[in-house]
Design a protein around this ligand. Structure first.
Ligand SMILES: [Fe+2]
Ligand SMILES: [Fe+2]
Length: 189
């Protein structure tokens, strides 16, 4: 037998999980709530609201990137447009992940165009030149980065699944910001 897991020494052995009978009993309660069990620690309504704001943010980002993709002109347009399109597609994947999680939490994704922009954290700025477009996208990504970071802090350890999703999205938004600042530096040469 392994002798390496006795670090605490004297402390009486405590079961890692709750009593299995109790877990089973709780799982049977409120089964209509699907993935949300009584052990769910976060404030579900607040998490759903936050996720709906994140969803609006992603959709505004998709629309802005699509506009920029179709409007990109000039000698650098092709490579920059390809980047815009890739970001638009990744924001779409985020929007889908978030919608899926909202449903798992017993909420409904708010996909109504009405009020979309006011629910969104980032803005929809069209931008005239390629440079303007990239700058606006970078600003929007930086807004998204800060808002995801705050959401992660709010969720804490109360909803590990939502937290993991948000952390994955945050990592992609940071890559987007990095891509855009690289493009800016190249165009500014
Ligand atoms: Fe995103
Ligand atoms: Fe992004």
């Amino acid at each position: 037998m392994s002798s390496t897991h006795q670090a605490g020494g004297r402390e009486p052995a405590r079961p890692f999980l709750s009593d299995i009978q109790e877990l089973r009993r709780r799982a049977r309660e409120h089964i209509a709530q699907g993935a949300v069990t009584p052990g769910y620690q976060a404030d579900r309504g607040t998490v759903v609201n936050l996720l709906n704001e994140a969803l609006a943010t992603e959709i505004v980002c998709i629309l802005r990137y699509k506009r920029h993709y179709f409007m990109a002109k000039g000698i650098h347009a092709q490579s920059v447009a390809a980047e815009f399109l890739q970001h638009a597609n990744e924001e779409q994947a985020h929007a889908d992940e978030i919608s899926q999680r909202i449903v798992q939490l017993g909420g409904a994704p708010n996909l109504s165009p009405e009020g979309m922009l006011s629910r969104s954290h980032s803005e929809y700025v069209e931008g005239e030149s390629l440079l303007d477009m990239i700058k606006e996208d970078l600003v929007a990504e930086r807004v998204a980065i800060d808002s995801y970071r705050e959401m992660i802090e709010y969720v804490g350890t109360n909803d590990p699944t939502t937290r993991r999703m948000l952390e994955g999205i945050l990592a992609t938004e940071e890559e987007h910001a990095e891509d855009l600042s690289t493009l800016l530096a190249e165009l500014d040469k």
